[in-house]
Design a protein around this ligand. Sequence first.
Ligand code: SAH
Length: 230
Amino acid sequence: MKLAIMGAMPEEIAPILQRIGTYTTSEYAGNKYYEASYKDVDLVIAYSKIGKVFSTLTATTMIEHFGAQRLLFSGVAGAISASLKVGDLIVATKLTQHDLDITAFGHPYGYVPEGSVFVEADKEMIELSKIVANEMGKTIQEGIIATGDQFVADEARKNWIGKTFSADALEMEGASVAVVCDALDVPFFILRAISDAADMDASFSFDEFLETSAVESAEFVMKMVDKLVR
Ligand code: SAH
């Protein structure tokens, strides 16, 4: 089995590479990919760079070029739901693109013909995450994640996204990764630790908590990997 572990920024995969220890590095389509054998499985690890386009490229590369059969994403996000605080973990049940808008034609936000507003994450891995959370003594929240090519640092925009999609958290890569995995029939799991509240203080909060939140998420994802390889 070959698993892909993906982040968007170097800080999101650094704790994973550190944990793996030994890996080989190769370059493909302008990005670095790290390969390792871990327990009984092969891993391919990469950060995509920020946003929907780069994350689409990386997810596709991991699957089509490196042969990943399952993908786990680890990273940070802005909170929408008031119950999510900095450092808290959210597991995506389904994902949507909040900035996809052809509503001028009467379609709902997030929808284009032959697409769908939401893409659902793999249910088995979501179930597994509950077991992992229990074993780690951690609380995880499940919820809807909204993705767009914007760093949201605005209460009104955040509330609009929350209301329009019933979303609990927002970020810039999850839904594009979801679309790729869904189209290529690869089960995926998207985990985010909160770095900010997507409000006017978001950039400061993000800078302060990126590293610690990225570690929270990475540790959880590695525990998921440990379970999957068994
Ligand atoms: N610090 C970076 C920019 C980070 S962009 C720089 O200066 O280069 C924010 C990243 O974290 C994205 O990968 C996104 O997925 C996630 N994220 C965290 N909080 C977010 C928010 N409030 N809005 C959008 N994305 C957010």
